[in-house]
Design a protein around this ligand. Structure first.
Ligand code: SAM
Length: 264
């Protein structure tokens, strides 16, 4: 059978990936049987998984719009995922965007949808090697490091296994961008539903991207050097919801903390 044009020769279709499972939760079609099988096991534990993915995307969009409304015109989106509805260059139509992902399907599909978009590009890299991202020709061509940059680390650092490693990565990107730059960060947590999340972490061990959720205080430890805007580090559904009644349920349901801040 011919491979779909959004995959690549380096992809093992039998090894589930976080990017393709997330695509499945969001109702996308860029996933394989192995991804759907593991994702369905996750959804047995978290039947509201698709809503959680949408809540995460909603936070990303509000964070990007906030930074854009304060003058940010370029974004570095780390762990950008398989393009779906409301990609950053669509939410911020005046901005330049560099997407970065480790997943070959995310990269191949991003290349396809960005082929005719001059002001956005994709870098195939591992964010655990910040220099690879920062020196990539696409990054250097599109981003002006003398001007503020919106750094997006949304639902990606829980794929980094130790606190020290996650802190090293956030510090490396923070130090590479100028004062006046902004941050949008979201990170999965075991707080709220610890038993279910523990089982989900066990399931993700079978994927190419094992997960390490963190407590609120561990996540706060990754925000060194950023001045957070109100309401600070909080459940993503609590971060400036578009409508107050967006959060009519227990917000810990979303399993995901988020924050937006500035580098002073
Ligand atoms: N940021 C998007 C969002 O919030 O909608 C996508 C989040 S998705 C849950 C996580 C993405 O991070 C996946 O596409 C995965 O491939 C990517 N990822 C995981 N570890 C990574 C790494 N070390 N370097 C680059 N990307 C990574």
């Amino acid at each position: 059978m011919e491979s779909p044009d959004w995959t690549s020769d380096t992809v093992d279709p039998d090894q589930p990936s976080a990017a393709r499972m997330y695509d499945y939760y969001l109702g996308g079609s860029h996933n394989f049987a192995s991804d759907r099988e593991l994702a369905r096991q996750v959804l047995e534990l978290f039947p509201d998984g698709p809503l959680l993915a949408q809540a995460n995307r909603g936070f990303l969009h509000r964070g990007v719009r906030y930074l854009q409304s304060r003058g940010i015109r370029q974004f570095l989106d780390l762990g950008s995922g398989i393009p779906t509805a409301g990609n950053v260059h669509e939410v911020a139509p005046d901005a330049t965007v560099v997407y970065v992902d480790i997943d070959p399907v995310a990269v191949a599909h991003s290349e396809a949808i960005l082929a005719d978009v001059d002001r956005a590009g994709i870098v195939h890299a591992d964010i655990r090697r910040p220099a690879d991202v920062l020196t990539d020709p696409v990054t250097r061509e599109l981003l002006d490091f003398s001007q503020p940059i919106g750094l997006l680390m949304v639902a990606v650092l829980h794929f980094v296994d130790t606190d020290a490693e996650a802190a090293r990565i956030t510090a490396a990107f923070r130090d590479a961008i100028p004062a006046g730059s902004g941050l949008v960060l979201a990170h999965g947590t075991m707080e709220g539903r610890p038993e279910e999340v523990k089982r989900i972490e066990e399931l993700y061990q079978r994927s190419a991207n094992p997960t390490t959720t963190r407590s609120r205080s561990q996540i706060a430890g990754l925000l060194d050097g950023w001045e957070l805007v109100e309401p600070g580090l909080t459940w993503v559904v609590r971060w400036r919801p578009d409508w107050p009644d967006d959060v009519a349920y227990d917000p810990s349901w979303c399993g995901n903390y988020g924050a937006v801040g500035w580098k002073r």
